[in-house]
Design a protein around this ligand. Structure first.
Ligand SMILES: NC(=O)c1ccc[n+]([C@@H]2O[C@H](COP(=O)([O-])OP(=O)(O)OC[C@H]3O[C@@H](n4cnc5c(N)ncnc54)[C@H](OP(=O)(O)O)[C@@H]3O)[C@@H](O)[C@H]2O)c1
Length: 278
């Protein structure tokens, strides 16, 4: 596929996070000028402060639109609509939006991007592998016991590197405009099975247990997690893990012509680079 936008400034939102950091690294590696968009960036971008948006959008022609904390929070559609308008007014022509599989609220936000007049691609992702080693859950895995309000429901966990590869292809190549890519890994695993594979491949036992949502909320509060994050996580776990997302999809193959990375390969690499050591 040919590059169409590779000399144009690209704003990468959540640019220090699990997917955005990888998108920014890949674009930079391809010689694409990148502006990281996050509160801690050189030119700060804050979803909660629209006065930060014009400077972040100045000169930008393409955007990796990842929302924080999650497209399911109240106010996200209004923020995304206002951002799309500001982006189009600033001259943005292409957007790749990170969305969540099976999330009605996220799909409402996708629709706002799709109606904005830009060339759009949706990457609708499953639960990331990297939640196990790059998010707050990593501490529980390292400590040997993960407990969530999710039972024996399989999830086709996906690699953030695969998400970034798809996003970068969509930002820099022809042929992805108007596509909705459902990005999953190749296999569905329950959380218990996922912890079993981490135990097997690292030699460190990691147990999994299912918690009642109320117990989960209490445990997070005891760990100092803010109330709004507790509410969001409890909502996501108790709605999305009902089996609706259990089947793997072919989005990585459709977008890139190759298979997604397997969870076992991720575990080996994460362990080799020091994950899950206390
Ligand atoms: N994690 C998953 O499994 C998963 C699956 C599907 C979809 N998603 C979607 O991915 C997005 C977030 O992913 P994540 O939870 O994995 O987090 P993340 O991208 O790893 O980290 C959050 C990022 O957002 C930035 N950020 C936080 N608050 C911000 C604000 N008010 N304004 C601007 N930037 C802000 C942070 O940088 P600063 O601290 O510098 O601001 C950081 O770069 C959500 O939209 C979620 O729906 C996640």
């Amino acid at each position: 596929m040919t590059n169409t936008t590779n000399h144009e400034l690209t704003l990468v939102l959540n640019g220090t996070g699990k997917t955005g950091r990888r998108v920014a690294e890949r674009l930079t590696g391809r010689g694409v000028p990148v502006r990281v968009g996050s509160r801690s960036a050189d030119i700060p971008f804050d979803w909660t402060d629209q006065t930060t948006w014009p400077a972040a959008l100045d000169g930008v022609r393409a955007v990796y639109l990842a929302y924080a904390p999650d497209l399911a929070v109240p106010g996200a559609p209004e923020d995304v609509a206002a951002f799309c308008k500001a982006a189009v007014d600033a001259g943005v022509r292409r957007m790749v939006v990170l969305s969540g599989r099976g999330e009605k609220e996220a799909q409402d936000c996708e629709d706002i991007v799709r109606a904005s007049g830009v060339e759009w691609t949706v990457v609708r992702a499953a639960w990331f592998f990297q939640n196990f080693n790059e998010s707050d859950f990593a501490a529980y895995v390292s400590a040997g016991h993960l407990a969530l309000p999710v039972g024996e429901v399989p999830e086709p966990f996906v690699d953030a590197d695969d998400i970034a590869d798809v996003a970068v292809a969509a930002l820099t190549e022809d042929g992805h405009t108007g596509e909705i890519y459902e990005l999953t890994g190749p296999r569905s695993l329950t959380f218990a099975e996922a912890m079993g594979e981490i135990s097997e491949l690292t030699g460190r036992q990691v147990a999994y247990s299912t918690m009642h949502p109320d117990e989960f909320a209490v445990a997070l509060a005891e760990d100092g997690v803010p109330d709004e994050v507790i509410g969001l996580l409890t909502y996501l776990f108790t709605t999305l893990f009902d089996g609706r997302n259990a089947t793997p999809s072919d989005g990585v193959r459709k977008a890139l012509g190759r298979e997604p990375r397997d969870f076992r390969d991720f575990i080996r690499e994460a362990a080799a680079t020091g994950a899950w050591t206390l």
